[in-house]
Design a protein around this ligand. Structure first.
Ligand code: CTP
Ligand code: MG
Length: 230
């Protein structure tokens, strides 16, 4: 029941508009990426962690994480999908085809350890895999070109995709290679697996497992992390 972890951290964080890449910003006393990696580094069944870095990354080597024996690094690509594929490539020599690979955003620092265990437990006997997700709570509107409401979309059965996303190595590798060769833009691993005709399992997770995308997300993460240690 060992598993492997790929953490894409090679983005340019354009929407944050910050000089320091968001994964290296400080939140609740540690860097974002330290928080994001912590539940995996603490897990006894995590066999190895690949952190995927931008080619121009100057900060990783200065963190304490750089000397962690569980972690290896590799260089990412233009899109998230390319970076995850690079991470899988770095595992190639060590994995068995059916091994589990968990992909978790470097920019997602509020994953509770209990959600990680819940995901692993729910999927351990699964043939394909799945992802943490949170049910949609807001009422959803589809707009026309003039931002007039064209339709109310029933939120029943709608979920927000979170990470980690957990798949069998051979399936994830095939799914991402296939998406790449089709030139399909996929924004998460599940979407690539869906395109193979498979149905990833949705596992209910904490809605506070947010991704740092906009500057205000950092304040929210700070509150979430501080409230847990309080
Ligand atoms: N990521 C990556 N390689 C890319 C693009 C994204 O490894 N080519 C990583 C990011 O570093 C982040 C995660 O994928 O940890 C989620 O992506 P996102 O939140 O979109 O981060 P960025 O692409 O860096 O941000 P933005 O889209 O605002 O530029
Ligand atoms: Mg992005």
């Amino acid at each position: 029941n060992r598993f492997w972890v790929v953490v894409p951290a090679a983005g340019s964080a354009r929407r944050m508009g910050n000089a320091v890449p968001k994964q290296y910003l400080s939140v609740a006393g540690r860097t974002v990426i330290e928080w994001s990696l912590a539940p995996f580094l603490a897990h006894q069944h995590a066999a190895g962690v690949v952190v995927v870095l931008a080619s121009q990354d100057q900060r990783w080597s200065q963190t304490a994480l750089a000397s962690n024996s569980k972690i290896t690094t590799t260089i990412g690509g233009a899109e998230r999908m390319n970076s995850v594929l690079a991470g899988l490539g770095a595992l190639q020599e060590r994995v068995a085809p059916d091994d589990w690979v968990l992909v978790h955003d470097a920019a997602r620092p509020c994953l509770p350890a209990s959600d990680l265990d819940h995901l692993l437990n729910e999927l351990s006997d699964d043939a394909v895999g799945g992802l943490l997700a949170a049910p949609v709570v807001d009422t959803l509107k589809r707009a026309d070109v003039n931002d007039r409401v064209a339709q109310t979309v029933p939120r029943d059965k709608l979920w927000r995709a979170l990470t980690p996303q957990m798949f069998r190595y051979h399936i994830l590798e095939r799914a991402l290679q296939s998406a790449l060769s089709r030139g399909a833009a996929v924004t998460d691993e599940a979407q690539a697996v869906e395109a193979l005709g498979m149905q990833p399992k949705l596992v209910a997770g904490d809605a506070d497992n947010i991704k740092i995308t906009l500057p205000e997300d950092l304040l929210r993460a700070e509150r979430i992390l501080r409230s847990r240690s309080a």
